[in-house]
Ligand binder design. Sequence first.
Ligand SMILES: NC(=O)c1ccc[n+]([C@@H]2O[C@H](COP(=O)([O-])OP(=O)(O)OC[C@H]3O[C@@H](n4cnc5c(N)ncnc54)[C@H](OP(=O)(O)O)[C@@H]3O)[C@@H](O)[C@H]2O)c1
Length: 251
Amino acid sequence: MSFVPDGWQASSSELTGKTVLITGASRGIGEAVALSCAHHGAEVLLLGRDEAALARVYDQITDLGCPKPGIIPLDLNTRDPSLYSALADELSAANVVLDGLVHNASVLGERRALAQTSPSSWDEVLQVNMTSVFLLTRALMPLLEAASAASVVLTSSGVGRRGKAYWGAYAVSKFATEGYMQVLADELGATSSVRVNSLNPGAVNTGMRRAAYPGEPPDTNPMPDALTDRWLYLLSDASRELNGQALSAQS
Ligand SMILES: NC(=O)c1ccc[n+]([C@@H]2O[C@H](COP(=O)([O-])OP(=O)(O)OC[C@H]3O[C@@H](n4cnc5c(N)ncnc54)[C@H](OP(=O)(O)O)[C@@H]3O)[C@@H](O)[C@H]2O)c1
């Protein structure tokens, strides 16, 4: 049972007039969510580190005649807060108001026991999957507050809700994501129009899933574009009342 109400379907203009920033928009779930948001009227800001891949997503969106997207080249494996505030300043100077922020980018890291996990891999996974979420949200909060009812979507995982051997820093980063979501939602709930929820996509046929489960036939799992209505619902005003919820795309 999905959290999307029975019968709800995004209209073709569901996100018209909204601006949504999506991290890790170059491939996998992020690419599918970006295309779907654009297809439903949003101006999307595509954030990632692979500019050529982002340009391909840009071309797909403009070829469909959707609102012209923006490209934000940024490697989230960076701790320097000034890079995040520079981005916020640049968007603010361009009068961008953010109606949606989808924290989707993540790395899997090493799939081995914690005792064998290298400190450098631990640091990268925690930085990309969690610390960058804190830095980016912190920098962009004024732009989110400027919207009438902005929605922040954090991307969780099954191993962020129940720990499993050999999922190491990735699982820990996703538990941290859930904790961050609860704290932020509680802080914002009483004082802000911004809401924040976490979404576990479940098993999806992407590069990350194929890397984590090399022996699994890839078509066991849905393609990302089969699930994008979950993100559309969370980004649309239809879900205005949802805040602080740990949601699942496939249960
Ligand atoms: N697929 C699943 O079965 C599954 C299950 C549960 C949760 N999830 C979660 O869903 C989200 C999307 O996963 P996916 O399966 O679509 O993964 P994916 O295909 O591996 O895509 C990951 C995205 O994150 C970006 N990224 C990675 N490191 C980055 C960095 N340092 N700076 C900027 N961008 C970076 C990648 O960009 P590059 O092209 O530059 O690498 C790519 O766009 C993740 O949060 C993942 O944890 C996925």
